[in-house]
Design a protein around this ligand. Structure first.
Ligand code: IPE
Ligand code: IPE
Ligand code: MG
Length: 237
């Protein structure tokens, strides 16, 4: 059981390519991706994963065509709203990380509503990264630290790694144990840079809409076979 990663983070990638292969618009791929998300939430919970964090929209994704951004926001709006009832039924606690000040007012409201409604749920801890970029997160944190030092609320000598972590959007989450990226891209694309210092990586060729429980189990199995040394040394297994 200790071989099950407590915190799994996923860069859900490949919705567009998946749709293109089927000669469908990219938004069709995003809709399919949202369905996959709901299934994987249940699978992760059943496998005993405690924290699941997914990258849904990056600070760089605003550079996409306006119609695609609108389609993505429409899906997020609906999913954030629908998530309340489902999460209450499944004891799932939902959080959102990222700069929500850049989101439409109604989406901000849906987020606040979802977070408040599910705040006492003790099951799977589900975090969605929306308008999230790790550099942006760290920049916002540095600003707040500077402000607190300036006002005297924080002593300069009190700034250590734990303190920095406590200024990040992920302050309530442990660092990810396993980071999965789908659709054959071998990069991190500005996701959880600070938090993934010692995270194990798993890459799969499967596009996100095709990602399933079998693939999640493969990732978990791969993780279980790793030797996490954190810079130290360990006897060979
Ligand atoms: C992931 O799929 C979803 C988001 C980034 C919002 P993509 O839309 O990046 O799909 P590809 O990578 O273009 O295939
Ligand atoms: C990363 O995927 C962002 C999300 C999954 C939300 P992208 O598709 O935007 O990343 P790049 O552009 O291929 O690096
Ligand atoms: Mg992509």
């Amino acid at each position: 059981m200790e071989q099950i990663p407590a915190h799994v983070a996923i860069i859900l990638d490949g919705n567009g390519r998946w749709a293109k292969e089927r000669k469908k618009p990219r938004s069709f791929g995003h809709l399919a991706g949202a369905r996959t998300m709901l299934q994987i939430l249940e699978d992760a919970d059943e496998l005993g994963i405690r924290y699941l964090t997914v990258y849904a929209f990056s600070t760089e994704n605003w550079n996409r065509p306006k119609a695609e951004v609108t389609a993505l926001m429409k899906i997020l709006r609906k999913e954030l709203t629908d998530a309340v009832e489902r999460s209450m039924k499944n004891n799932v606690r939902c959080r959102v990380i990222g700069d929500r000040s850049g989101l439409d007012a109604d989406i901000r409201e849906a987020i606040a509503n979802l977070e408040t409604a599910t705040k006492d749920n003790t099951g799977l801890q589900f975090t969605i990264a929306i308008n999230y970029g790790s550099r942006d997160e760290m920049t916002r944190a540095v600003r707040r630290i500077a402000k607190d030092v300036q006002s005297g609320a924080l002593a300069e000598e009190a700034i250590d790694e734990a303190c920095v972590s406590s200024y990040l959007d992920t302050r309530d989450l442990p660092d990810p144990d396993l980071l999965i990226r789908t659709c054959n891209e071998l990069r991190i694309s500005n996701f959880l840079l600070w938090q993934s210092a010692y995270t194990e990586f798993y890459f799969t060729e499967k596009a996100w809409p095709d990602f399933d429980r079998a693939e999640l189990e493969k990732a978990v199995l791969s993780y279980a076979g790793r030797d996490r040394r954190y810079g130290g040394i360990r006897e060979a297994k």
